[in-house]
Design a protein around this ligand. Structure first.
Ligand SMILES: Cc1cc2nc3c(=O)[nH]c(=O)nc-3n(C[C@H](O)[C@H](O)[C@H](O)COP(=O)(O)OP(=O)(O)OC[C@H]3O[C@@H](n4cnc5c(N)ncnc54)[C@H](O)[C@@H]3O)c2cc1C
Length: 388
């Protein structure tokens, strides 16, 4: 089904992304990122030069000013994912543009914006968002990392875990307790910088998927953070700030899932057309044809849903619970499509040399992070029933 959310600017930009992919993304590069457990900085800097990251940084700070328009970022995801070797990059770009930059662009003080956003536009400074802790993920009111007020700043103690880009980030938007109890106004967002004394973000975690994108544990031991790093300059707004970015966070995961679903369909079609069994291409078995028909229909539905959400988002009309629908529904469909794609590849579907196998492993986390799909269903159920 033809999509109609893109105009000629997006298609021209798609060509730029394709050129970048040709030049900077290859099986060898992806294997290197997998071995290193992270994407190298020169590639991130080159991506910024080509305008592939820094898209959400406002124009006055050197970015593309697309904070409220996800379409260009979706084009980047689509091309990186389709090539079969770009998922680590798509992950690293998304964390920077969708999870870190927005907190500064929406809530940063003038001084914070002027200090950080120009460097975030060029990828000289890469961002991450740290909310989850060893003892608190879905239930963020359970976080125990504290930022205690002292003269001229805060002293931060605690730990975060599962933080995407946590090792490579230069600047971590960190969710901390600045007050007593667990009322919403007891929490704030604070910027913790690479190199601050007592901040350790060197320990990475080994995952089943996304081996080329770092996920780290962060520890804070008496880290002194100056007042100027409190996002927005006012204590107690952390929850409100997080809520504001939920639609984008959820939409972005749904849109990635749709891009993966489409790529999985393409890879499976290509494979089953070339693979022979019982004297025929596998694509000619009725079962294969029916499964491909289901996959193609699901991909159309995923795009129809996410495209609608992208349009609502750019008009400031996508609510957090609508975005929760997109996140959980698209990632569940993505999982089904990938499972079917692996099956139709036979044994090769299980071999990580094949993009379908890697995408399958990568995608498992889409139903977990950004709020688990159970929590997403809870949010949607609340909006449907009006009951907590
Ligand atoms: C690879 C990866 C990258 C990540 N990146 C980041 C990042 O960049 N920044 C960050 O802050 N976090 C990140 N996370 C953390 C992620 O968002 C959390 O893992 C997720 O929110 C779930 O929290 P949890 O792991 O503590 O699980 P828990 O909250 O302990 O949940 C355990 C189970 O209980 C279920 N459950 C919990 N509450 C409810 C409920 N109310 N109703 C029904 N079921 C419920 C969950 O759905 C889940 O099945 C990442 C995680 C991974 C694995």
């Amino acid at each position: 089904m033809q999509r109609d959310i893109y105009d000629e600017d997006h298609e021209a930009f798609r060509e730029v992304v394709r050129e970048f992919v040709k030049r900077y993304v290859s099986p060898e590069k992806a294997a290197q990122w997998d071995r290193d457990g992270e994407v190298d900085r020169p590639t991130m800097l080159a991506a910024a030069e080509h305008g592939l990251i820094g898209l959400s940084v406002p124009e006055e700070f050197g970015g593309a000013g697309m904070l409220m328009d996800y379409r260009f970022r979706s084009v980047v995801n689509e091309e990186l994912i389709r090539c079969g070797h770009g998922s680590a990059l798509a992950g690293a770009f998304g964390i920077h543009d969708d999870l870190a930059v927005p907190y500064l662009a929406h809530f940063g003080t003038d001084a914070q914006q002027q200090k950080w956003l120009p460097k975030m536009a060029t990828a000289e400074v890469l961002g991450a968002l740290a909310m989850t802790e060893p003892g608190a993920g879905s239930d963020l009111r359970g976080v125990t990392t504290t930022a205690k007020k002292v003269d001229g700043g805060y002293v931060v103690n605690g730990a975060k875990t599962f933080i995407s880009s946590g090792k490579t980030a230069d600047l971590v938007v960190t969710f901390v307790k600045t007050g007593e109890g667990n009322r919403p106004d007891a929490f704030s967002l604070i910027l913790i910088e690479d190199g601050m004394a007592g901040f350790d973000h060197s320990k990475t975690l080994h995952k089943m998927g996304f081996p080329g994108h770092d996920t780290a544990e962060l520890t804070f031991t008496d880290v002194f953070v100056p007042d100027e790093n409190l996002i927005g300059g006012v204590e107690g707004l952390g929850f409100i700030q997080l809520m504001k970015n939920l639609p984008l966070e959820r939409l972005s995961i749904g849109a990635v899932a749709a891009a993966v679903g489409e790529a999985a369909l393409e890879w499976t079609l290509e494979y089953t057309t070339s693979r022979q069994a019982f004297g025929h291409p596998v694509v000619d078995f009725q079962n294969t044809r029916f499964r491909l028909a289901e996959m193609a229909t699901t991909v159309d539905a995923m795009w129809a849903f996410t495209d609608r959400a992208m349009n609502l988002y750019r008009h400031g009309k996508l609510s957090a619970d609508e975005a929760a629908k997109v996140k959980f529904w698209c990632t569940e469909r993505e999982w089904e499509i990938l499972d079917q794609g692996v099956q139709l590849h036979g044994g090769y579907g299980y071999i990580t040399e094949y993009p379908i196998a890697r995408a399958f492993l990568d995608a498992r986390v889409h139903r977990i992070y950004g709020g688990t799909n159970e929590v997403m269903r809870e949010i949607v159920a609340r909006s449907v029933t009006g009951r907590k």
